[in-house]
Design a protein around this ligand. Structure first.
Ligand SMILES: C[S@@+](CC[C@H](N)C(=O)[O-])C[C@H]1O[C@@H](n2cnc3c(N)ncnc32)[C@H](O)[C@@H]1O
Length: 271
């Protein structure tokens, strides 16, 4: 089984995605996605950005490697009666079923960054975007002090070293890497812009309960706990993450969580 697919089919990412809906809606509004545009949401999960784009009248395809998330996305679209939004399985490193220059906007929020072979990912995103269209990526930033970068840093410290040749997804949060990858896909640096942006994780539960959701449903955290358990360090991992979640919570109510997390927003104007 493809380990990239196995990681995201493990658990149930929809439980985490539920805490990210507000930020997904704000982002889509900010992108100005409009009626009739053809939008690809790549690494779409269960449609945190795909559904708001479809509600604005765009014709949306969500592509994700995890079959459970594709099913969940299709169920959400059906429940809302959005027949302009469909989800299918695919790999961001090889979008072989999609024709060149199909989409006005390709958006990938914390999605394509997790695919292997980043140069192929950049090439594929550019290939399926029409000339004059836009690619937008949201990428977590290595060593950033906010939530997700820290979860991934702490989790890595409790996990076995990655296989030889593995390229960390976090490298997508470094501007020079992004320029090099899109550069090799034929996009000059002046057509690529960067901005620091924020997603806020919001939950009507305590920070410790939100951590419990990550421990139970979020593949990368589940794997870290599996590894920590096998060498007797799971209590240390739990403590480090409890401290992180509680320190980062900005809600004044002890039974609610609101944690802002910084990411690199990449905008590519496709030539
Ligand atoms: C952190 S989740 C983000 C999901 C969604 N974009 C959102 O904002 O909620 C990462 C997503 O990327 C997907 N993914 C990981 N590797 C992928 C690949 N090679 N091709 C397509 N999707 C991938 C996962 O299945 C998962 O749905």
């Amino acid at each position: 089984m493809n380990p990239n697919k196995a990681l995201w089919e493990k658990g149930d990412f929809t439980r985490i995605a539920e805490t990210m809906r507000g930020s997904g809606e704000s982002l889509v509004e900010d992108l100005g996605i409009s009626e009739g545009q053809k939008v690809l949401d790549l690494g779409c999960g269960d449609g945190t950005t795909a559904l708001p784009a479809a509600r604005r009248g765009a014709d949306v395809l969500g592509v994700d490697i995890a079959s459970n998330l594709v099913e969940a996305g299709n169920r959400r679209a059906e429940r809302e009666g959005l027949d302009n939004c469909r989800f299918e399985e695919g790999d961001a490193s090889d979008l072989n079923g999609l024709a060149d220059q199909t989409f006005d906007v390709v958006v990938s929020i914390f999605g394509a960054m997790f695919a292997p072979r980043p140069f192929d990912v950049a090439k594929e995103m550019v290939r399926v975007t029409r000339s004059g269209g836009t690619v937008v990526m949201g990428n977590w930033i290595p060593n950033d002090p906010t939530l997700v970068a820290q979860i991934l840093r702490i989790s890595a410290a409790y996990s076995p070293p990655p296989p030889e040749g593995f390229i960390s997804p976090m490298t997508w949060g470094v501007e020079d890497n992004v320029l090099e990858r899109f550069g090799s896909a034929g996009v000059p640096a002046e057509r690529i812009s960067f901005k620091r942006d924020t997603y806020t994780f919001e939950s009507p539960t305590s920070p410790s309960s939100l951590l419990e959701a990550f421990r139970t449903y979020y593949g990368p955290t589940m794997n870290a706990f599996d590894a920590a358990e096998s060498d007797g360090r799971h209590a240390d991992l739990q403590n480090e993450l409890e401290t992180l979640f509680n320190e980062q919570n900005t809600s004044s109510s002890p039974d609610e969580t609101s944690i802002p997390a910084t990411f690199l927003r990449v905008t590519v104007a496709v030539p």
